[in-house]
Ligand binder design. Structure first.
Ligand code: DAH
Length: 345
């Protein structure tokens, strides 16, 4: 067959194909190693120079023409395939939508509430690293080397790194703050803390603490601490006012130190924060900052200060009547659904 006729046939065939695979197969029959046109090119070697120029020109023209046809057909096939796909994947915008929207977890919600409130009150909202050194977690907080809290049953140490651990308390942020910031200083820090505890209804190896610190070169006393704490507890429980009780206690970083209790009553089995209640809830620890802590931070002006620390989970559990800490972490979406309607966004 003449090459011209073969070319016309080939072009017709290509233009009738509608898949890339078929086009590729057909292409190799014409342009491949043993393809019709390739064989024609091989004939050039036996021709004389003049014939070679003429026939060569002709073959190249055919080659260009054929390649153009192939490329156009590929483009066309791709476009048709895309159109088909778009048609098939057409989204039916008239279908009813899932109207359920997400919500904040009650722990996240409480963290945001407290941070917003204290930011508005002029406190610094600070974060610190969860992987800490013994200096910030213990030494600077006046917790001596032999203190039982340092023993490995409480603290997760980081293997292969000397004196490095997962912080057991957010009190270490106090130290970082006092080293970095000027006095007077008012700060709140909320974050994750870790202790080597078995997970049960009231313990978790990871939990959150809220740390507060107020330091000033002007006198601050326990009355100021009690006032600030009363406001804090009332804010968390969303009540107008609370009655607090301080019980003497011991924390190495405060002197004097106390446990903070809040007056409540039980109504239908539920806790009600109530100034006229007949029971006391244990909420957290507090005290006046120990002079050794100021010294460890390089503060020599002998200022006054108070600090407090609360477990966030405990506050949230009391607030919402949750009695198993695990339900705060087990990602059961029913918890989110249940509390969604009462949370701010
Ligand atoms: N860091 C203490 C703890 O984990 C809580 C605490 C108590 C923090 C008294 C304070 C404080 O700032 O003054 O048990």
């Amino acid at each position: 067959m003449e090459i011209e006729t073969a070319t016309l046939d080939f072009i017709k065939t290509i233009q009738s194909l509608n898949t890339i695979v078929e086009i590729d197969a057909e292409k190799s029959k014409f342009l491949g190693k043993n393809g019709i046109l390739t064989k024609e090119f091989k004939k050039l070697s036996v021709l004389n120079t003049e014939e070679k120029v003429m026939f060569g020109k002709k073959l190249n023209t055919i080659k260009n023409q054929v390649e153009e046809v192939i490329n156009n057909q590929i483009k066309l096939v791709k476009k048709l395939e895309l159109d088909k796909k778009l048609k098939e994947e057409n989204v039916d915008i008239t279908l009813p939508i899932n109207k359920e929207f997400g919500s904040l977890h009650i722990l996240s919600n409480e963290i945001r509430r407290i941070k917003n409130e204290y930011k508005a009150k002029g406190f610094l909202i600070l974060d610190g690293p969860e992987v800490e050194t013994e200096f910030f977690n213990f030494d600077a907080l006046n917790i001596p080397k032999y203190h039982p809290a340092r023993q490995s049953q409480d603290t997760f140490y980081i293997e292969d790194f000397d004196e490095t651990l997962l912080r057991t308390q957010t009190s270490c942020v106090q130290i970082r703050a006092m080293q970095e910031k000027q006095l007077p200083l008012r700060m709140i820090s909320i974050g994750k803390t870790y202790r080597n505890d078995q997970l049960d209804a009231t313990h978790s190896p990871m939990f959150h603490q809220i740390e507060g610190l107020v330091v000033d070169n002007n006198p601050i006393n326990i009355g100021n601490l009690k006032d600030e704490l009363s406001k804090f507890v009332a804010f968390v429980f969303e009540v107008d006012s609370v009655l607090l009780r301080f019980r003497p206690s011991f924390f190495p970083f405060t002197e004097p130190s106390m446990e903070v209790d809040c007056c409540y009553s039980k109504e239908n089995g539920n806790i009600k924060i109530n100034k006229n209640g007949d029971k006391w809830l244990e909420l957290g620890g507090a005290g006046m900052v120990h002079p050794n802590v100021f010294r460890a931070c390089g503060i020599t002006t002998e200022p006054y200060g108070f600090a407090f620390g609360f477990g966030l989970e405990r506050l949230v559990m009391l607030k919402y009547g949750i009695n198993d800490i695990r339900s705060l972490y087990d990602t059961d979406i029913r918890l989110l659904r249940h509390y969604k309607s009462i949370l701010i966004n």
